[in-house]
Structures are given as structure tokens and as C-alpha cells.
Design a protein around this ligand. Structure first.
Ligand SMILES: CSCCC(=O)C(=O)COP(=O)(O)O
Ligand code: ZN
Length: 213
């Protein structure tokens, strides 16, 4: 199996796993995996597809501008520019974008602060943060309809410690050095979002104290 085929299969397997979690509602979401550094090329999901299905036309190889490397009738994800930023600004090997109710709720709750921080949670270790008081901060950006402006704003939100960026009432983009690490980061951040929303609702209904009754 060629390297390209192996990367294709790796990304297709991740796509299947995320689909099993129902993280691609209404054809949303896009995924990519880096193929080469110089020049930058990566496999990215074709736009507008039902990402729950596995087909031979799920991905295409694009360059740093998001242009197809080989002739194809497929259109690269509308959000390919964001994946490109991730590969240009970080050491990522894989980048995942999903829309979930939890990530949309968190993005709206904390949009005013421009970021959300989690601490005191074991799953922060999934980001390779092992300090006693370790924390993870996720920047939140506005959801510009113009995808070039969105990609610029997204790129500006990426600092040396950024592992994920939330787009307000849209979704999250997460990356990792490998497909395995990107998926671990995504699962961990969605866990933290879900925990936070549940805890916040319990506290609201029970006078500021978490309660299950
Ligand atoms: C119906 S979802 C709107 C577009 C979007 O946000 C998304 O994640 C999917 O776009 P793509 O072009 O990658 O299919
Ligand atoms: Zn999206």
C-alpha cells in the first residue's frame, strides 16, 4: 500500500468513527491529513458530502492554496483554508472539524470572553498537559460568511499552545501531530464541553450547587 493510500485509509477510518458518534449532522464537518511538507499537500474531504458514507470520492489531494493537485470533478471542502492555516502555523499532521450541539452551545456561552478555559479535569491530560493545575484554553472567533476572512481570523487565533479553535455557533477545529492525536484531542474537548454544560445546568436549577436531584 502506498503512503497516500495508507493516509487515505487512516482518514477514512477516523471519519467512520466520528460518524458513529453522529458528529456530522446535515453534511457538516471536514477532515484532513497531511501528505507532504514541502510543498504542503494534504488530503481533505470533498465538499457537501454526507460524511457518514464511505466512498472512493471522499477525499482529494490539495496544495496549500486548497487547489486540487490532480484533475478531478471533486470540490475541496469550503473550509479547506482553515486546514491550510493549521498546517502552515503548527506541526499538525491531521485536522478535524465537527459541528456538535455542545460545541455550539459553549461557543455562544463564552463568545463574549473570546475564549473558554477548562481546569481541574483529568481529561486535560489528553492534550499532553500533565501539571497539577493544568488548564486548556480554546479561543472563540466569530463565524464570518466570507471564508477568506474566516480563515484569516482563524489563523490569528492560533498561538503556540493552541490545540483547537471554536467558531461561534458553527463548530470546532482541532488538530494533532497524527490522526490518533487529533482524534484524542477532539474526543477530550467534546467531553469537557459536555461535562461543563451538564454541570452548569445542574447548578442553575439547584441554587448554585451541583445536584442530581
Ligand atoms: C451544512 S454545513 C455548512 C458548511 C460547513 O460548515 C461544513 O463544515 C461543511 O462544509 P464542507 O464544504 O466541508 O462540506
Ligand atoms: Zn463547518
Amino acid at each position: 500500500m502506498s503512503t497516500l493510500d495508507a493516509l487515505w485509509t487512516e482518514l477514512a477510518d477516523i471519519k467512520d468513527e466520528l460518524a458513529q458518534r453522529d458528529w456530522f449532522p446535515g453534511t457538516s464537518g471536514n477532515l484532513s491529513i497531511k501528505v507532504s511538507d514541502q510543498p504542503l499537500t494534504f488530503l481533505v474531504t470533498a465538499s457537501g458530502k454526507d460524511k457518514r458514507r464511505r466512498t472512493t470520492e471522499d477525499f482529494l489531494l490539495v496544495d496549500s492554496e486548497g487547489n486540487a493537485v490532480d484533475p478531478t470533478h471533486l470540490r475541496a471542502s469550503a473550509e479547506t483554508g482553515l486546514h491550510s492555516k493549521v498546517y502552515q502555523l503548527t506541526d499538525a499532521g491531521c485536522c478535524l472539524h465537527v459541528h456538535t450541539v455542545d460545541n455550539n452551545v459553549i461557543s455562544e456561552l463564552y463568545a463574549g470572553e473570546g475564549q473558554v478555559t477548562f481546569k481541574g479535569q483529568e481529561l486535560i491530560k489528553a492534550f499532553n498537559i500533565w501539571e497539577e493545575e493544568g488548564s486548556i484554553t480554546v479561543p472563540i472567533i466569530e463565524n464570518y460568511a466570507d471564508l477568506k476572512i474566516l480563515a484569516e481570523s482563524f489563523g490569528k487565533a492560533i498561538g503556540p499552545d493552541t490545540r483547537a479553535v471554536l467558531i461561534r455557533n458553527h463548530g470546532i477545529t482541532v488538530w494533532g501531530k497524527s490522526g490518533f492525536e487529533a482524534k484524542r484531542h477532539l474526543e477530550a474537548i467534546e467531553f469537557l464541553f459536555s461535562y461543563h454544560i451538564k454541570m452548569k445546568s445542574l447548578m442553575q436549577f439547584h441554587g448554585g450547587q451541583p445536584s442530581l436531584i
